[in-house]
Design a protein around this ligand. Structure first.
Ligand code: GTP
Length: 601
């Protein structure tokens, strides 16, 4: 297709504002999905995406759309729609997808108005110089206030409220007009057709049957089947086995030219060889410079993952290896814990990423897992100048510490004005520093804070939602690090440290953590034949203590008389149970107790 007839766009929106539903309608209206094949959220292919109703991996689809000119002639166009993930954890993927487009449909729920990720995504789109088309969705809802929010949206993007399109992804109302507007206002791609090929990778997914499928946007030149291509960041060469477009199913083509968006298959088996953000060029006529660079996604949050049944450890390793083929951001290394046995320390982009990985491991690989409380990375500088990176609290150094640095995020919170005080209270409590505040309209406020990431990963989002009755929304991005007065709190049973419960917390909150954990463990640990002290300590200094009182557990007490076979059965059952016990020093604790202590709040 000639570049003049191509339009590349994406839909950006706050979570649940209806991006996938609108995409479905577009697929239907342009005829690429027949009504009988239609199912909700057509583009969200992973089960877990469909169940949770969220988009995790982006996808690109080609749709034909003819516009009728003033003289009545029809001009067929090719629209490439790039679906983007909507959650903060996946911002890097969003920004790569945006870089593959010239325009963005900024979708806002007409019953909710602008939310935090509406802004975050809008700013990303503006950084990429995209033409923004403001659209209000869900106008069929009785609670919709299209006029009010059209004004808010027009105010935000500049322009007149009457330019804001009003659609319903559900009923299809206004969607044709939107497609026409995309053709009319999104600039056609420009690029040099005769230059050496340059295509940007904006996504890559692992497919069991086809290996890695790499999504690209061609900027200059063209790519053709059977050519040898080069990944510019690694200089690795591959043969192009197949190249094509999704419409929405994979359709091989004779090649991809300037401005086209499609996929390529080289037979590699690992997504790390097709890095998002990298540039693909041609081996026999390579480009000199790559397109604007890419960053390797960096894990922000770490957690220990352990199989509940220790014999599942090899299966867990295999499952992680497989998942990694499809998730370049996943990092892990083996770790052992006194309390939990053999497992892995896994790095994630954020909490949602953690939850999704864990759920996929449990569901797709049939594993029962326990994860330790998530923590961030700390940079510790010792007094003698030695530097230590801590990804597991139990590895926090014990010597003389000079400084501890923790990661910080820049958070944007949008809230109805009545909750401003509440939100500020929560942020202050979490060691936040206010950076600014703006009224977007009379009753909607944007508040900006820097906050330690560690304070956000815990339950910040839940707290924010519950304290604002669900009305506030949050977005954040990494913003360097800061020195902080952090200490490691250990939990001891009978004087022995239980590694899975060590935590790095601010000195002011160490006591609260100690009291909470010792109290919880006291409840959960079964009585032993002797008294067991449960202590929380910073170094050698005990800051909280509980005691599990002694009790003799006589399993035969319930048996009167002389039924010997019954007694034997009970004794054997007790023996079985002991196998699943963990010894912390001389204290026997069922693994279930650790699991309960780690999972309940
Ligand atoms: P993420 O992929 O998680 O970012 O969500 P999304 O923005 O793709 O939202 P999705 O399309 O999954 O829609 C969220 C919810 O809103 C679903 O329950 C939809 O059925 C509903 N919804 C979407 N569009 C409309 C609409 O036009 N009208 C009404 N009434 N409901 C809609």
């Amino acid at each position: 297709t000639a570049p003049e007839l191509i339009r590349n766009f994406c839909i950006i929106a706050h979570i649940d504002h209806g991006k996938s539903t609108l995409a479905d309608r577009m697929l239907q209206l342009t005829g690429v999905v027949q009504p009988r094949d239609m199912r909700a959220q057509y583009l969200d292919r992973m089960d877990i995406e469909r169940e949770r109703g969220i988009t995790i991996k982006s996808q690109a689809v080609r749709m034909p759309w003819a516009v009728t000119g003033e003289d009545g002639t029809e001009t067929p166009h090719a629209l490439h729609m790039i679906d983007t993930p909507g959650h903060v954890d996946f911002t890097y993927e969003v920004s790569r997808s945006l870089a593959a487009c010239e325009g963005a449909v900024l979708l806002v729920d007409a019953a909710q108005g602008i939310e935090a990720q509406t802004l975050a995504n809008l700013y990303l789109a503006m950084e990429n110089d995209l033409e923004i088309i403001p659209v209000l969705n869900k106008i069929d809802l009785p609670a919709a206030q299209p006029d009010k929010y059209a004004e808010e949206l027009a105010h935000l993007v500049g322009g007149d409220p009457s330019d804001v399109l009003k659609v319903s992804g559900k009923t299809g109302e206004g969607v044709e007009a939107l497609l026409d507007k995309i053709v009319a206002t999104v600039p056609a791609p420009t690029g040099d057709a005769d230059a050496p090929a340059r295509a940007m990778i904006f996504d890559s997914v692992y497919d069991t049957y086809r290996g890695v499928v790499t999504y690209v946007r061609v900027v200059d030149g063209d790519l053709n089947p059977r050519e040898r291509i080069v990944m510019m960041s690694t200089r690795a060469q591959h043969e192009l086995l197949e190249i094509g477009v999704h419409s929405p199913d994979a359709t091989p083509t004779k090649g991809l030219g300037v401005g086209e968006v499609g996929y390529l298959i080289t037979g590699v088996k690992d997504v790390r060889q097709s890095k998002v953000g990298d540039t693909v060029t041609n081996a026999h006529k390579p480009a000199d410079t790559a397109l604007a660079g890419y960053d390797d996604p960096k894990p922000m949050v770490f957690s220990g993952l352990y199989p509940i049944d220790g014999s599942d450890y090899p299966a867990l390793r295999e499952a992680l290896d497989k998942l990694k083929l499809n998730d370049a951001a996943l990092n892990y290394e083996p770790e052992t814990s006194v309390a939990l046995g053999f497992g892995f320390r896994v790095g994630f982009l954020g909490l949602l990423h953690l939850e999704i990985v864990r759920e996929r491991l449990e569901r797709e690989f049939n594993l029962d897992l326990i994860s330790t409380a998530p923590n961030v990375i700390y940079d510790v500088t010792m007094e003698d100048g030695e530097e230590v990176k801590v990804t597991n609290p139990s590895e926090f150094p014990t010597g003389k510490i000079g400084e501890v640095r923790e990661p910080v995020v820049r958070a944007t919170i949008l809230t109805p004005s009545e909750f401003v005080g509440t939100v500020m209270g929560l942020c202050t409590d979490r060691r936040g520093q206010m950076q600014g505040m703006d009224y977007l309209s009379e009753d909607r406020v944007e508040i900006r804070y820097t906050l330690p990431l560690a304070e956000i990963v815990f339950d910040f989002f839940d707290q924010l939602k519950s304290r604002t009755r669900g009305y506030a929304s949050l977005d954040y991005e990494p913003s360097g690090d800061q020195a902080a007065d952090l200490v490691k709190v250990d939990i001891l049973l009978q004087g022995d440290q239980v590694d899975a419960f060590s935590a790095i917390v601010h000195r002011d909150k160490a006591y609260d953590y100690g009291v909470l954990m010792t109290g919880k463990l006291k409840e959960i640990i079964p009585r032993q034949q002797f008294e067991v002290p449960v202590q929380a300590a910073i170094g050698a200094r005990v800051i909280a203590r509980e005691t599990v009182r002694a009790m003799r557990k006589d399993v035969l007490a319930k048996c009167y008389g002389g039924d010997i076979s019954r007694k034997r059965k009970l004794l054997e059952k007790q023996k079985e149970g002991k196998k699943r016990m963990k010894n912390i020093g001389s204290v026997e604790v069922p693994k279930d107790a650790f699991i309960a202590a780690l999972s309940s709040d």
